[in-house]
Design a protein around this ligand. Sequence first.
Ligand code: SF4
Length: 572
Amino acid sequence: MLNIIKNTALYKLSRPMAGGALIGRIRHYGSSSLATEQCKEKDDPNAEHHAVVSTFDLFSIGVGPSSSHTVGPMRAAKFFINDLKEHQLLDKVYSLRVDMFGSLALTGKGHGTDNAILMGIEGETPDCIETSTIAPRIQDIHTNKSIHLDGTHRITFDPAKHLIFNYFKTLPQHPNGMRLCAFDKNTTMIATNEYFSIGGGFVVKEETQMDHGENVFYKQEDEDPGAVVVAERKDQDVAVVSLPFRNASELVAVCKREKMTIAQVVYENELKWSTPAEIREKLLLIWNTMDQSIRNGVMATTEDRLPGGLNIRRRAPGLYQKLLKGLYGPVPNKPMYHGSQIDLSASGSLDHPPNGKHAHLSLSVLPKRQRKKFLLPALDYLSVYAIAVNEENAAGNRIVTAPTNGAAGTIPSVLKYYLEFVSEDPENDVMEFLLTTAAIGMLYKRGASISAAEMGCQGEVGVACSMAAGGFAAVLGGTVEQVENAAEIGMEHNLGLTCDPVNGLVQVPCIERNALAAVKAVAAAQLALNEEGDHRVSLDQVIETMRQTGLDMMSKYKETSQGGLAVNVPLC
Ligand code: SF4
């Protein structure tokens, strides 16, 4: 609901947001140790909400470089414009003011938050905007100090004055806050609202946050975002889906009871929103967009530099060319094991030092001999696919949030690798993989958060790694327990991962980090598949641990670029 200003002295939301389910839930467990499931459920104000959101809200087609700082803010601005239209206020608007707070301000420049908001004000959405038009339109707004409100008429808008980075202020409800205000020709404020970009492109505001907690699927800009719709969605949360689950143990129990895989459970729930044909089409569109982003990344020119000032050269094209040239030789298709034991009894090379100066060592000396060819093609393919997507994301191009933009490369990389080298039924494998990963993403979204501003990078790349591990285990034929175990391993070894992007750009460490996460996901799945699914640490426990770790993490490591690599890597 838009806040229409009758009393011009008002400039804030008329109702306070105290007690919001999202905020309340996080505060409640802030200092506790791992609670028992029973205690958590008893105290959890969100306990009646299941974890299920639509797969197509977790995986949505967007633009780079950030889901929380680019996709979410563009949506929020579009929501505001839609609300103005709904209240017949659009024609009365003569000027706008936009305030960004907290992490949105601190890393907004590097993440393109300001440009995303401008495009949202012009009526664009992340899934439809033609990315090649963004730069000239932004330039036009700055040059002419005016903006096309909803793409219809121009109003005065000077980004230097009307788009404000509040570096030292954070709204109390969430680190990623923004406020939009509209003024009439007498400079009287006629409407205002605050929005919070909570990660993965999800946006909440007063009603959604208070009534619905974080479990809100709220990505359709054309939907009426009013309280009635929110109430309906709350009802849907509680009652509508066929096979609700709140956590991993419930998901496993549902699978066992229904004799279904995780993908089948998600598919069954998805039928409440879409027909089978629509589900298939949307899943394949998601994959095709992922595949296209890999293609665009590896087919870019090797001389391309990523925007933002770090002067980073794209690596995916060069790496891919090396792979295509067969630098590493054929992939071995027979099991083989070469022992690495060293015979202690032999006199070895100490008798034959490489030169007189280093007679006590047989290690290689400078200049080093030619590099050995190293047979690990899986690592190279996984890396190049992930890097390709994240370089596309860093360039502000089309990608799929999976579950966020910063982590957009991990899941496509693992799925691409599977399709290229293992799959015998690509269409079904794509659907099973994506539906399984979606279920795991839902568990993190409900049990913790997928926002780096709340959780650090463990909530983005860590979650993507966990999702990919589960998906990979599933398409390889893993049991439900093995899939759960793979997802758990995928996160357990990402716990504590900080978010410290250099210069606020989603480039360093983000691009390489996705490559490493893809490799780790495959390793996690392999470990799980070699066991029977019984393991000491459960996925629910690791999600709760991630949440507590995120709460304890200092804000300088949570997407503010005030710590870590961001302060130790010089910009020139
Ligand atoms: S460090 Fe991780 S969470 Fe932070 S911007 Fe990069 S990918 Fe996203």
